[in-house]
Design a protein around this ligand. Structure first.
Ligand code: ARG
Ligand code: ZN
Length: 844
């Protein structure tokens, strides 16, 4: 069944309070609920339906009188008074056999929950929808030392604990944790003087990996006070690390639950990239306390209301903590790698979808990352001061409410007077807009003509013009900026912008700072790109110029068997020699478009991408790069060996990124000799893993791989890296076999999402390996998806997206993919999650 946004109606009852009692037992947990309902004056439909799935109903009562409700596998209905009443129920659930990791489940002997989006209905009967908000009181009975729930602690004794959450919340923010856990404590005093006890709860053995996460939490709390004026609102803030978790983390009120990979960190076991990601996720979940919890979503179609905004906020935080240009470049790389393929394929959907079968399938790059880009555009259009004013109004007007995108846009309209009707298309229209650039120069006037179009996407044939902020600056012939950045508002299908009074034809730097999530089609010459690479004052576009040069040469290498382009190689050499450029930025300059991006670019231009030809071109270009910059490599590599103690900060990690990139190039020239040395010397995980990956790519490193295993086999998160790296670095022809062999390894626990993703996810990410012409990659992925589906539908469905680009490829590969997709689709009892994904991907 499909659910539609247009069908929204409020629930017939309001909830005044919820009291829950949990009697924990691995296979027979009892959940007793006492819920105060009253008729909702704003609703007309008085059907009393409570969601409930996989629950054994023991008893139900209304105002103390036992009743026998009608129960189906989706929930129950009952006759209730037309006046306030007390609902009571007692159910039994089996957390020990809950492998879907949704609702109450067990991970390594610890009880934990994941309720977003619709997991609470697997805990007790309830109107499990985000617009039903209530305060919660929770009593936990269980013989485990640590018993946690949302809100503030209100009492505890031997074998029990009680929690009160005074802030009304939807059920998806409910959480419970019980286990043998150790606290890493911290303290934070809010600006109005509230003392908050912070705790990061981990399993014994992980105590040494908490310090960084705790500091990130404190920084986040401080930042949200300073930048958004948002203070924390409870006496405690708890974070729990869990090994078995479908996603990154969850913002449950006062009790955030994290995939251990998204919170546990130490220099010995985590890479710089891990540290940066952890800092961002801690911030993200913390920021949800206001954007998500205090102000929540009316229904799940509004998911981007909290996710787009919270991603935008965490990106601002990372920019402030680290380097803003580097963060912006990372985000553009990520958007192009994950969101563009989604937006331009069979899974394309608007930032605010209008229908779904399974909401878990819509926790996507489009809702999250494009949703954040939409907010970035809005801020760019109205300006920083107006944005701040609008946000103040949003918090003031909507605190305690469950809201919509209309509410969100209205605060901007009310504070700025701007009509956002057209802008709202960003929420309703799917597909990535393309902006074509045409330049004219005459009599001192430079005219930029921009044409926008968006290709049809599933369910949306015709597209209307969107409001696209295009940040533009102009450079004069000497590389000086003759026009500072200006935001052009492209609102028509085609629009011209004139810059007058120029002494000479300028070079345009268009879409500075990646001012809109669009594909820019600009036929610039390589000379112009090289000029921008040397002179652009906008760091994003300077990087982009290098990227364009790289893409251009790769395309010609693939299509015309051309040799690597000297504009690109020389430009890179100049950049690498420039010690004034931030090492992190220089490392980014050394990056190339992903092979999947190249496949998309070829497809866009009417060619059928050949994954092996793409792979070969990238290898050739890397080899040529290594030769060109050879003399610089030893010095660049030594950047990685920073003095003093390890710090994951932007400065040190930037140096290591550059040093690592240099080591990778060196390994192409010396067969891995320097990497072997670097491996032995490595004193942190960043350097150790870089060295190991260089060795594996040089088809060496057998001994180091074994040594790594011996050293780290006790550490799950590091072992995920060991598994993943072997698949990521495998030669294309060997990839499916290597992945298959790893799935037979004794430590391959396929029911753990992190481990499953480490191998099977890495297979799907290894472009040439996954797309092997015999279809072995497709078959292996399908085998594992079929196997995992009955155990964990969410993770299975998510990984189906590896097939979303299948129509780009040649007829043989399409036939092979179609066969695997059909095989999955025909699997008996396939989950709703996977059924929806596969049918959308097939275009059925
Ligand atoms: N709200 C969480 C976050 O953005 C993600 C939870 C998603 N969970 C899910 N089962 N879809 O941090
Ligand atoms: Zn979120």
């Amino acid at each position: 069944t499909t659910i539609y946004l247009k069908d929204y109606t409020p629930f017939g009852y309001l909830v005044d309070s919820v009291h829950l009692t949990f009697d924990l037992d691995a296979h027979a947990t009892r959940v007793t609920s006492r819920i105060a309902f009253r008729p909702n004056p704003d609703a007309t439909d008085r059907t009393f339906f409570l969601h409930g799935e996989e629950l054994k109903l023991i008893r139900a009562a209304i105002d103390g009188a036992e009743i026998t409700p009608d129960v189906t596998d989706k929930g129950l209905t009952a006759d209730v008074p037309d006046a306030p009443f007390l609902w009571e129920s007692e159910v039994e659930i089996d957390p020990g056999n809950n492998t879907a990791l949704e609702g109450l489940y067990m991970s390594n002997g610890m009880y934990c929950t994941q309720c977003e989006a619709e997991g609470f209905r697997k805990i007790t009967f309830y109107p499990d929808r985000p617009d039903v908000m209530s305060t919660f009181t929770v009593r936990i009975n269980g013989d485990l030392p640590v018993l946690l729930s949302n809100g503030n602690p209100s009492g505890k004794g031997e074998g029990w604990a009680e929690w009160v959450d005074p802030w009304p919340k939807p059920a998806y923010l409910f959480a419970l944790v019980a286990g043998d856990l150790i606290a890493h404590p911290g303290q934070f005093t809010t600006k109005s003087g509230r003392n908050v006890d912070l705790n990061l709860w981990v399993r014994p053995g992980d105590e040494g990996k908490c310090a960084f996460g705790m500091e990130a939490l404190k920084k986040s709390m401080k930042w949200d006070e300073g930048v958004y004026g948002r203070e924390y609102d409870l006496d405690v803030f708890n974070i729990v690390a869990v090994d078995d978790f479908n996603m990154g983390a969850m913002e449950n009120k006062g009790l955030n639950i994290f995939n251990s990979s998204a919170v546990l960190a130490s220099p010995e076991t985590s890479t710089d990239a891990n540290f940066e990601r952890i800092e961002a996720i801690i911030a993200h979940e913390y920021f949800h306390n206001w954007t998500g919890n205090r102000i929540t979503c009316r229904d799940w179609f509004q998911l981007c209301l909290k996710e787009g905004l919270t991603v935008f906020r965490d990106a601002q935080f990372t920019s402030d903590m680290r380097s803003a240009p580097v963060k912006r470049i990372h985000d553009a790389i990520d958007l192009r790698a994950r969101q563009f393929p989604e937006d331009n394929g069979p899974l394309s959907h608007p930032v605010r979808p209008e229908s779904f079968q399974e909401i878990n399938n819509f926790y996507t790059a489009t809702v999250y990352e494009k949703g954040a880009e939409v907010i970035g555009m809005l801020k760019r259009l109205v300006g920083d001061a107006a944005y701040a004013k609008a946000l103040d109004l949003y918090f003031e007007r909507h605190d305690g409410q469950a809201c919509t995108i209309e509410d969100w846009l209205k605060v901007f309209e009310d504070t700025t007077g701007r009509d956002l009707t057209q802008f709202k298309r960003w929420y309703s229209q799917s597909g990535t807009p393309r902006v074509r650039v045409q330049e004219d120069w005459a009599d001192g006037t430079y005219t930029l003509t921009l044409k926008q179009r968006t290709d049809p996407t599933p369910g949306q044939e015709a597209k209307l013009p969107q409001v696209i902020p295009v940040a533009v600056g102009l450079l004069g012939p000497n590389g000086d900026e003759v026009r500072a950045t200006e935001v052009l508002e492209l609102t028509q299908a085609e629009q011209s912008f004139a810059f007058t009074g120029l002494a000479a034809k300028p070079t345009a730097s268009i879409l500075r700072d990646f001012s809109a999530p669009v594909i820019l089609e600009h036929d610039q010459s390589n000379a112009e790109r090289a000029f921008l690479l040397a002179h652009d004052t906008d760091p994003f576009n300077r990087w982009q110029a290098g990227r364009d040069l790289a893409q251009d040469t790769l395309m010609r290498m693939i299509l015309q068997d051309a040799a690597p382009d000297t504009d690109y190689l020389d430009g890179l050499l100049t950049v690498l020699r420039n010690d004034e450029l931030d090492p992190a930025y220089r490392a980014l300059m050394l990056g190339l478009p992903t092979q999947s991006e190249l496949a998309a670019a070829l497809h866009d231009r009417g060619h059928t991408p050949d994954p092996m030809a793409i792979w070969a071109a990238v290898e050739t270009l890397r080899q040529a790069t290594a030769q060109t910059v050879q003399d610089l490599l030893p010095r660049l590599h030594s950047e990685a060996l920073v003095d003093g103690p390890y710090s994951p900060d932007a400065e040190q990690s930037g140096k290591r990124a550059l040093g690592s990139a240099a080591l990778a190039l060196t390994s192409r020239l010396d067969g891995g000799a320097m990497a072997a040395e670097a491996y032995d010397k490595a004193n942190n995980m960043t350097l150790q893993l870089t060295a190991l990956s260089c060795l594996l790519r040089a088809r060496k490193g057998e001994a180091q791989l074994d040594a790594f295993y011996e050293q780290w086999q006790h550490d799950r998160l590091v072992m995920d890296k060991w598994f993943g790296l072997q698949v990521a670095m495998a030669a294309p022809e060997a990839t499916p076999a290597i992945a298959a062999t790893l799935t037979e390894h004794a430590d391959f626990n396929w029911k753990n999402p992190n481990r499953f993703r480490a191998v099977v996810g890495a297979l799907a990410m290894n472009h040439a390996g996954f797309h092997q012409p015999d279809g072995a990659g497709y078959a292996l992925l399908a085998d594992w998806l079929i196997r995992l589906d009955p155990v964990n539908p969410q993770t299975t469905a998510r990984m189906c997206s590896a097939f979303q680009t299948w129509k780009r490829y040649d007829p043989d590969r399409q036939a092979l993919t179609r066969a695997q997709l059909s095989r999955i689709a025909e699997t008996p009892n396939l989950s709703r999650d996977t059924t929806e994904m596969v049918s959308r991907i097939l275009g059925a």
